[in-house]
Design a protein around this ligand. Structure first.
Ligand code: DGT
Ligand code: MG
Length: 614
């Protein structure tokens, strides 16, 4: 039966097509993606004393989310438990997956919810493909994923839905319903394709819902879990006396399961519903007192309306109009937009705090660790897969990982901040200090080298940029004590698909070509042998030169001075300047120990001089 609700609620604008992703066993999947052998084992992720999630194998053996470790070990003694308290790997995986999904929405309306859920508004892609359909041969359709290149896409059968469905589709649909059905079929095939790609390329499976709003797509994705997808079928509005599939679907949900109806609201609504259900049907009083309250109960209560809901829920701390908002949600209506993909963060900042940090070597060690995290975050947040033309990927001179990525933006400013502890008072006590001091410099261009390992770049960044900044903040060798170090990059300048981003790729590709004459194949050679092969001066002819060793070697000899930073910088600089005149990396630096200014290439030898002093 159609309910007697406000007919205007059922008026729908142009229906959007929204796909909601929820990754299966997300935290566990992050560990499995890094080490696929774990998939065959019962795997659980621990935070504090509980399992926050576990993989399918573990679930098959009786484990579940939010179980006590003790209990899990009892149920499944051979469970493999990994620690999941450091969220970095989950954050990084989440962003990487988000970036993959983002490419499928031409409008960039792709929004993350927490770490493991994503909404993608793919209306534009669907409408484009709707027009391409040949209605007399739907089974042999081609789904176009690019407006510019008709060959990019996949073959599919547009006469039927991909995956599972919820609801009954009318045997005699009216025109609008038939169009929506066809668009949902397209959405289901796009979702299927995206799921397959996520699994093949990244190793993640997901549970997916396809519908016309965030609310419905999220809820319908739960119907078949895990590793599956569900489409909510039309009709989305009542037809004659026939209730819509949306109403049937929403009606069975516990009130607390409806997104945006939080815990406090749920309690108020449940209390009201129980009270009034009891009053309205004395025969069922006991049953009504204890049973769960579903949407149908509330919606069908006598006199229920947006105004009554406002009375029940309104009050201090509640936004005005809460009644209307909840009223629409109870009818499965949600017009909220999928947020536009926020392309780039404003800055990337990594920090750590310390009980006691008061030696130069300690600082240097910590800065290398922070630099490594920073560089990894930059790669996750500021690069994307470069599938433009495959040109880079085919170039053997460029390392494979870097070759498939490109920068979305370049941060221009590098900042080091420290939080010094206040000196001790005469009685040994100490004031708490929250003051930070900071110094900035330009981000060196070597940091954009995607073909170099993050470890090597972290060492270089520390030696050539962060330690000199540190020395400016704390010129004395000792006498200070730090409770925090923070390294950040900011002032992002976006690259565009055709200009700087590609040009930088080109720059490194050119660079790799130039360096190739110096390169010998990877081989197991002891470090001493390698170092001996490096020329003594920049003027030496480079006939027998191995790939430059940039890592600062504290125990090396004067003969082992690697290819200097200066020569690299200036070479890169020249090519960079061809493309972008604005970037001018400083070519000199100052010693973190004595503050002496000198060119980059002199720094390693100079640092060894200090070491020999100790
Ligand atoms: P699923 O979606 O049922 O296959 O399993 P998950 O593991 O993806 O669970 P989900 O989607 O509810 O949450 C995503 C991740 O968030 C999950 O892998 C671990 C974490 N998480 C979920 N619930 C809690 C919680 O109550 N506390 C904490 N600390 N973490 C949680
Ligand atoms: Mg999940």
């Amino acid at each position: 039966m159609a309910s007697g609700r406000d007919a205007s609620l059922l008026k729908r604008k142009d229906e959007r097509i929204i796909i909601h992703f929820d990754y299966d066993c997300f935290y566990a999947s992050v560990f499995e993606a890094a080490n696929p052998a774990l998939k065959a084992l019962p795997l659980a992720v621990q935070q504090k004393q509980i399992i926050v999630t576990c993989n399918y194998e573990a679930r098959r053996r009786g484990l579940h989310k939010l179980q006590l470790i003790k209990e899990a070990k009892r149920v499944c003694p051979d469970v493999v438990i990994v620690l999941g308290e450091d969220l970095t790997c989950f954050r990084n995986a989440s962003k990487e997956l988000y970036n993959s999904i983002r490419r499928y929405s031409w409008s960039s309306k792709v929004e993350r919810l927490g770490f493991d859920e994503v909404f993608a508004d793919v209306t534009d892609v669907i409408n484009y493909n709707l027009k391409l359909l040949n209605t007399s041969d739907l089974s042999n359709s081609f789904f176009c994923l690019s407006q510019d290149d008709p060959t990019v896409g996949f073959a599919f059968d547009a006469s039927k839905l991909a995956g599972q469905a919820y609801g009954r589709y009318s045997a005699t649909p009216h025109h609008d319903e038939a169009i929506l059905y066809q668009r949902l079929i397209l959405g289901s095939h796009l979702a299927f394709h995206m799921r397959v790609q996520l699994e093949a390329q990244k190793g993640y499976t997901s549970s997916v819902g396809i519908s016309t709003s965030k609310l419905l797509s999220k809820l319908v994705g739960n119907v078949h879990k895990p590793h599956s997808q569900t489409t909510l079928l039309p009709p989305y509005a009542a037809v004659g006396f026939e209730q819509s599939n949306v109403t049937t679907f929403i009606d069975d949900h516990d009130i607390g399961k409806i997104p945006n109806i939080g815990f406090k609201m749920t309690v108020k609504l449940q209390d009201y519903a129980r009270q009034n259900l009891v009053n309205s049907d004395s025969a069922d009083q006991d049953v009504n007192k204890t049973r769960r309250t579903v949407v149908r109960d509330l919606r069908k209560l006598p006199g229920m309306s947006n105004l009554l809901l406002e009375k029940i829920l309104g009050g201090p701390g509640m936004p005005h109009g809460v009644g209307s908002r909840v009223w629409t949600l109870l009818h499965g209506i949600d017009d909220t937009e999928v947020g536009k993909a926020r392309e780039l963060p404003r800055q990337i900042s990594i920090e750590d705090s310390f009980g006691r940090l008061d030696t130069i070597l300690g600082v240097q060690e910590q800065l290398v660790i922070l630099s490594l995290s920073l560089i990894n975050r930059m790669h996750v947040d500021l690069t994307e897969e470069d599938d433009s033309d495959g040109e880079m990927a085919q170039d053997d001179d460029v390392k494979a990982v870097g070759a498939r990525k490109r920068w979305l933006a370049h941060p221009k400013t590098l900042r080091l901040s420290t939080r010094p502890r206040a000196p001790r008072n005469a009685d040994g006590s100490r004031e708490r200090s929250f003051n930070r001091t900071s110094k900035s410099t330009q981000v060196p261009s070597f940091l954009y080298d995607l073909a170099e390992s993050a470890e090597v770049l972290a060492d270089r960044l520390t030696t050539y940029c962060l330690m000199p900044l540190f020395r400016q903040l704390h010129p004395e060798n000792n006498g200070w004590e730090l409770s925090l170090l923070n390294v950040a990059v900011s002032d992002l300048v976006e690259t565009s698909g055709t200009s700087t981003g590609r040009d930088i790729s080109k720059m490194f590709k050119n660079q790799a070509k130039h360096l190739s004459v110096w390169k010998v194949p990877d081989q197991d050679v002891p470090p001493e042998t390698q170092l001996a092969a490096v020329p003594k001066s920049e003027d030496t002819p480079r006939t027998n030169v191995i790939e430059p060793i940039i890592k600062y070697d504290r125990t090396g000899s004067e003969d082992s001075i690697p290819l200097s930073q200066a020569s690299q910088s200036s070479q890169w600089q020249a090519e960079w300047n061809d493309e972008d005149e604005e970037n001018d990396e400083p070519l000199s630096s100052s010693c973190p120990f004595c503050g002496a200014a000198m060119p980059y290439f002199a720094m390693p030898a100079h640092l060894r001089f200090h070491e020999s002093e100790d």
